[in-house]
Design a protein around this ligand. Structure first.
Ligand SMILES: Cc1cc2nc3c(=O)[nH]c(=O)nc-3n(C[C@H](O)[C@H](O)[C@H](O)COP(=O)(O)OP(=O)(O)OC[C@H]3O[C@@H](n4cnc5c(N)ncnc54)[C@H](O)[C@@H]3O)c2cc1C
Length: 445
């Protein structure tokens, strides 16, 4: 049993023995790795997924559960369309246990400038065939005690339950023939003169010519061993869930709702997931200094207000510099990285909920947890083969919004891993953009 103070995650019974070889090895059992393995297995490929802890133990079970296109970076919209149709198909196949509901997602406009940005985003999304509108806040949230007039609203967006989603997808992958090993850390990606040759794990070596690296916040460290730099920051986000609401309280709002500094979603168990989106904390680690230049524009705009602090991660990652074995020890010591949630952030959530929704003021908090988000300098993911190392494909850096787009990323990564043509153009997600491109930050919300 792997200890975890985070939300309880649906269990997956996987394999226990490491195969000697696989067509593709996927490292990481979050929503990205799991959906990649599912696509590969369904297409008849021999795929082995390695997860150091349990399926969805980290970000993929700790997130808010919003499945959104609303306000996304425009470059992500084509992939988000693929993701939405995958969610619909998976929900049809799995049934209500997935908790996928197209309840709509709304972002209120807190200033005329924001309302204007929302209008421009709606125009762009509409051009791409996505149903988006500017809606009346009073209709969306009758219980809201605040003077907001309009919101960016996507009726086709929705929610799913993160504590079951990736595990249910993993069960489908296993049924389709994927080998899924939990409690099996990948220590090193091995290369020879032609490219990838295998993966060294805590249970031995697996030979392969193709690796999909979907290790969330651990991705950059594993790449570093290969001499490959990926600018990635780890940002703590804190979440809580409440006791179930009464039928009258449920009527306070219906869709997933962002008030800018407070985000709310109804859970399948009748409670709420609540978080604030304006308190970001990043621990100072060697990577923060290594990649400071790449992140500076973001720290002045999209990530403005991010607090930097020295914490446990600081010492842990300093250790990685000192010895090659230190990262391997971290991977097995932190089977599930379970950061302590930020008390200030949680106190703000409580106060804001009571202030904005008087009918919800007395709600009891049942659990709180922290999650470490992997962020890139331009806040869009890397979905790309590494040009310098044929056979290495990276799927990471989803920057706090990879749950909703996850099944679409799985389709794209499976295509990259097999040399098939991608359904969407992946040029904006190329790994080489950190060197060859001018990074562009889009901020619509
Ligand atoms: C608080 C919070 C709220 C969020 N809200 C939303 C939301 O509402 N909507 C949305 O779309 N997104 C949201 N996100 C973001 C979303 O959760 C992530 O983008 C997404 O889950 C990333 O999936 P992943 O598979 O890349 O990473 P993870 O889920 O972190 O999975 C990576 C896995 O790789 C494993 N691993 C790493 N290294 C190794 C190794 N060497 N060997 C074996 N295994 C390894 C880890 O143990 C981990 O399980 C939120 C995130 C957080 C933390």
């Amino acid at each position: 049993m792997i200890p975890n103070r985070g939300p309880a995650v649906l269990g997956v019974t996987g394999a226990t023995d490491l195969p000697a070889a696989a067509d593709v090895v996927v490292i990481g059992g979050g929503v990205i790795g799991v959906t990649t393995a599912l696509e590969l297995a369904r297409a008849g490929h021999d795929v082995c997924l390695l997860e150091k802890g349990v399926i969805a133990g980290e970000q993929s079970s700790r997130n808010w559960g919003w499945v959104r296109q609303a306000g996304r970076d425009l470059r992500e919209l084509p992939l988000s369309k693929v993701a939405r149709s995958r969610w619909q198909a998976l929900a049809e196949e799995i049934g209500p246990e997935l908790g996928y509901v197209e309840c709509g997602i709304a972002y209120v406009a807190r200033s005329p400038e924001q309302a204007d940005r929302h209008r421009r985003w709606v125009a762009e999304a509409t051009r791409l065939g996505i149903r988006a509108e500017i809606a009346d806040v009073k209709t969306l949230a009758p219980g809201l005690n605040a003077d907001y007039a309009t919101a960016l609203y996507l009726p086709g967006d929705g929610r799913a339950e993160p504590q079951v989603a990736a595990p249910l997808f993993a069960r489908l992958a296993i049924a389709a023939g994927a080998t899924v090993l939990q409690g099996c850390a990948a220590y090193e990606i091995e290369r020879d003169a032609k490219g990838i040759s295998g993966v060294r794990t805590e249970r031995g070596r697996i030979a392969t010519k193709r690796v999909v690296l979907a290790g969330g916040i651990w991705t950059s460290a594993l790449l570093h061993r290969l001499g490959i730099s990926l600018p990635q920051l780890k940002v703590l986000s804190s979440v809580c869930r409440t006791e179930p609401l009464s039928p009258e309280q449920r009527r306070a709002f219906s869709s997933c709702l962002s008030l800018g500094d407070l985000a709310l979603r109804h859970r399948a168990d009748g409670g709420l997931v609540a978080a604030n989106s304006d308190t970001m904390v990043a621990e100072i680690v060697p990577d923060s200094l290594r990649y400071l230049r790449a992140f500076l524009p973001g720290l002045r705009s999209t990530f403005r207000g991010m607090k930097l602090r020295i914490g446990r991660g600081t010492l842990r990652e300093l250790g990685w510099l000192a010895s090659a074995g230190a990262l391997e020890r971290s991977l097995t010591r932190h089977r599930i990285l379970d950061p302590t949630p930020d008390a200030t952030a949680l106190a703000r959530v409580k106060d804001r909920l009571a202030d904005r929704f008087p009918a919800l003021a007395g709600l009891q908090r049942e659990q709180a947890w922290g999650g470490m988000i992997d962020v890139t300098p331009d806040a869009i993911p890397v979905i790309s083969e590494v040009p310098a190392l044929p056979g290495l494909i990276i799927g990471t850096g989803f920057s706090g919004h990879g749950f909703g787009i996850g099944p679409g990323a799985g389709v794209a990564l499976a295509a990259l891993a097999t040399g098939a043509e991608s359904e969407v153009d992946l040029a904006d997600f190329r790994f080489s953009r950190f060197k060859d491109g001018r990074l562009q930050l889009q901020s619509w919300l």
